[in-house]
Design a protein. Structure first.
Length: 146
């Protein structure tokens, strides 16, 4: 019974968190990139990241804790290690590197050209992160069913 609860928490947190990353990548970024003014772009981005950042942090913690319990029940495998590696990358991003990157990107005043370039880079980065998330989902399904 506890196994089912942990697995449900694991999947729900992963759905909310990776669903959010997919939304930001597929919907928010294209909207931002269609805007003309840098201030508008930065405001929209920061508004989204500010709200979603908190949700993502809670979900990453829940996915990690439920994952630990799942290991206790089922043990580890290659798929589980792959999930742990990708999870660690996310945790490092959310709890540390993100601030460093933002400071570098938004620290100095910039003109409209620079802002477009920065958001193009950020979108590419989100595509990479989304691709890695899909890999973690595949690893999880493999670990659970093979
Ligand atoms: C990027 C983050 C993660 C994603 C997207 C992810 C996704 C998944 C998915 C989709 C499953 C499949 C469940 C099923 O089909 O029955 C799963 C199971 C599992 N996950 Fe994760 N997970 C992540 C992080 C973690 C972490 C950090 C741990 C360990 C601390 C972990 C440990 C496990 C275990 C042990 C299972 C169960 C395997 C089994 O039933 O034998 N996962 N995960």
């Amino acid at each position: 019974m506890l196994y089912i609860i942990a697995l449900t928490i694991h999947i729900l947190s992963v759905v909310i968190w990776i669903g959010g990353v997919a939304f930001v990548t597929l919907v928010t970024f294209p909207m931002i990139l269609r805007m003309d003014k840098s201030l508008e772009m930065v405001m929209m981005f920061q508004g989204t990241e500010h709200r979603f950042g908190k949700i993502a942090k809670v979900m990453v913690i829940l996915a990690g804790l439920s994952g630990l319990y799942l290991i206790y029940e089922k043990g580890t495998s290659l798929g589980v290690w792959l999930m742990i590696v990708i999870w660690s990358f996310y945790a490092a991003l959310l709890f540390g590197f993100e601030k460093m990157i933002f400071k570098k990107l938004f620290g100095q005043p910039s003109n409209d050209m620079d802002t477009k370039k920065v958001f193009n880079m950020l979108q590419t980065f989100h595509w990479i992160v989304l691709g890695l998330s899909f890999l973690a989902i595949i690893a999880g399904v493999y670990a659970g069913h093979y």
